[in-house]
Design a protein around this ligand. Structure first.
Ligand SMILES: C[S@@+](CC[C@H](N)C(=O)[O-])C[C@H]1O[C@@H](n2cnc3c(N)ncnc32)[C@H](O)[C@@H]1O
Length: 209
């Protein structure tokens, strides 16, 4: 039986959400390692830490409603959010650049993209986003910030010259202290407007018209 591209992506996403049900345990293990030091991405090398299904559906709608094509994602993990983005860009004819620091996570994400048959839509960059996204000089329609929170501001500033009047910046984990510090800096810039979603977990930044 031939499965449609959308169904193939949906099936892969469901399998990954099923596999992510032990995330809480993995996160607790990771957090325990960091009692005497600052948490590091490697402490969470086995955890998905993914966006929710509802957020994924919201991202698909955002992409389709606004015909977004050029997507950049900071923080791939095992690729759940990227697969939602792929569901959007498959409709708009767009593509995604996503970046992940931890090699083993990126390799798993690459396998997941193959399984979902969307590898041709996704450019996976392995390494520190400050390096992998450096010198990016194409317009960005949607920037998804979902990596380590202390990098939100430097990454935003590094990519800001690629924003245009219809760019969306989707900020996950807006309730976290480091994200709040980032949001406070952006709020002071009259160029941008902010909209909270998902009970404050997400902030959508747009350019004032
Ligand atoms: C919250 S998870 C991403 C979840 C993913 N967006 C999803 O919803 O499925 C954050 C990811 O960012 C990665 N990360 C942390 N620092 C990074 C950096 N400097 N460059 C690239 N990736 C980084 C972590 O290894 C982790 O896998």
């Amino acid at each position: 039986m031939i499965t449609s591209p959308q169904n193939q992506i949906k099936t892969t996403i469901s399998e990954l959400f099923e596999d992510s049900k032990y995330d809480m345990l993995k996160m607790m293990k990771g957090a325990a390692k960091s009692i005497f030091r600052r948490m590091q991405p490697l402490d969470f090398k086995d955890a998905y830490l993914s966006i929710s299904k509802e957020q994924g559906q919201g991202l698909i709608k955002l992409i389709k409603d606004n015909k977004l094509k050029n997507i950049v994602e900071f923080g791939t993990s095992f690729g759940i959010s990227t697969l939602f983005l792929a569901q959007g860009v498959i409709e708009t004819g767009g593509h995604i650049i996503t970046t992940e620091l931890i090699d083993s996570k990126a390799q798993k994400a690459i396998d997941n993209f193959k399984k979902a048959r969307v590898s041709d839509l996704i450019d996976v960059r392995i390494g520190d986003a400050m390096e992998t996204l450096k010198n990016h000089d194409d317009p960005i329609d949607l920037l998804l910030l979902d990596g380590w929170k202390d990098l939100y501001l430097p990454i935003f500033q590094m990519l800001e010259s690629n924003f245009h009047s219809n760019t969306f910046i989707y900020v996950d984990n807006a309730e976290m202290a480091e994200t709040k510090a980032f949001i406070n800096v952006i709020r002071q810039n009259s160029k941008y407007q902010l909209k909270y979603q998902f009970g404050g977990k997400v902030v959508l930044i747009t350019i004032k018209k």
